[in-house]
Write a protein that binds this ligand. Structure first.
Ligand code: ADP
Length: 290
């Protein structure tokens, strides 16, 4: 179990990236959803022992993360946002190298271990290909493979699906949810659908604060019968913004639509819709800004 208690972090330039962040996470996939600049990476890096918080504590089972960072690193798998690859090195060589660094010293054992990993992420066929020649999806799966070395009990995945085509994204998701069966997996993302599809629990994070947390479906259901849609004339959005709680605007069949929050049916050609987690997410962010 991962217990995060009252983390605060202000960067030297005065940006307060974490404000009293507290969370408790159990095995399974947890979605941390928030806009760019919310502080997600700051939180991920802090949990991954790459930077310190100013105050607060993190415990993973018996490990006091700030006091025993090297203990945490033994059970941690980290897939960072900007996972750089060495373009001229093959996947097999790279994994072999990381496994060695992580303490698998016996060469024969390591070879078998790396082969298993490559199979797991469906890259065995491409093991000798240089990482620089991998597609976006292959690179992500390689990222997962390197994060899995050492059988981690805590896995941190920071904004993973950028640049993946739908098929690659599906594969990546299946792999992630398998991992969640035996580990705490934190998925940090601004893509609402990923959280809907993958996570049993989630938090909405904005301006360095946890705004709300719970089960995605249950959170989404709190807005049932309170979200309405209307197709509007381009150029009238501002008027609606002034008179209604507009959650989102988007094109649908080429015309501009808005979703609004309202306790009562607002009439005026608004129609009730089957609301989803995205409406809830925008509502939560909207309330914070109000
Ligand atoms: P997210 O991952 O949700 O996009 P970040 O944690 O990257 O958010 O950033 C949170 C805030 O902290 C932003 O305002 C960002 O500009 C700022 N920030 C992030 N890293 C640093 C840093 N090393 N120094 C100063 N400010 C930073």
């Amino acid at each position: 179990m991962l217990k995060i208690n009252n983390l605060n972090k202000t960067y030297p330039n005065g940006t307060q990236a974490l404000k009293n962040v507290s969370l408790t996470l159990e095995n399974g996939m947890f979605g941390l959803l928030g806009p760019n600049g919310a502080g997600k990476s700051s939180l991920m890096r802090t949990i991954a022992t790459l930077q310190m918080a100013d105050t607060g504590s993190i415990h993973f089972d018996d490990i006091d993360v700030f006091k025993q960072p090297e203990e945490l690193r033994k059970v941690l798998g980290y897939l960072p946002q900007d996972f750089g690859v060495y373009p001229k090195v093959s996947a097999e060589m790279m994994l072999n190298h990381i496994a060695k660094v992580k303490g698998i010293t016996n060469a024969a054992e390591r070879k078998g271990y790396v082969a298993d990993l490559l199979n797991k992420v469906n890259l065995y066929k491409f093991r000798n290909r240089n990482l620089g020649d991998y597609s976006g999806g292959m690179r992500q799966r390689f990222g997962i493979a390197q994060a899995l070395i050492g059988n981690p009990k805590l896995i941190i995945v920071d904004e993973p699906t950028a640049g993946l085509d739908p098929l690659e994204r599906n594969r990546f998701h299946n792999l992630l949810s398998e991992l969640g069966e035996n580990a705490v997996v934190i998925l940090s993302t601004h893509i609402v659908d990923d959280v809907t599809n993958l996570c049993k629990n989630m938090a909405v994070f904005a301006q360095g604060e946890i705004l709300v947390q719970g089960n995605p479906q249950e959170l989404s259901d709190t807005l049932n019968n309170k979200v309405f849609r209307k197709s509007i004339e381009k150029g009238t959005l501002e008027t609606y913004n002034e008179s209604h709680t507009v959650l989102s605007n988007y094109l649908r069949g080429g015309s501009l639509n808005i979703n609004i929050f309202s306790d009562e049916n607002p009439g005026d050609d608004f129609e009730p819709i089957n609301n989803n987690l995205e409406d809830f997410y925008f509502y939560t962010i909207n309330q914070k800004q109000a």
